[in-house]
Ligand binder design. Sequence first.
Ligand code: THU
Length: 132
Amino acid sequence: MQLTDSEIATLIAEAQQAMAQAHAPYSKFTVGCAILMDDGTIHRGANVENASFGATICAERSAISSALSQGHRGLKAVCVTNASETKITPCGICRQVIYEFNRDVPVICTNQRGDHMVLTISELLPHAFTLD
Ligand code: THU
């Protein structure tokens, strides 16, 4: 699925706004995610850390849980950003979760300036685990 420049720009802006809501007092590493669904809606997520570090939820899973919980199905695009110069890519757990909802979904990986690269989730997670 090819995203338009306009869709990419919108998702980067939404992810940057999501990042502003991050709760990252331990790592200080804020992450924002915006996802586009087949119905055209965009949903945001931020990382939410916890004193029990393993209870932390990443921005990507936060956005996906929010969209699914509100009844939106069909993951069309994912955008993830952070406050550094590095174009962030989703962690391993998030790759597995994203894959569950669309094996070909494009993932826009961006840095604080909005520089980005687009990779499909299958490129990010080759030979993914499935129950097929
Ligand atoms: N984090 C995300 O939100 N998404 C990722 O894909 C990588 C890591 C968060 C988790 C934690 O709050 C912080 O970044 C540092 O690992």
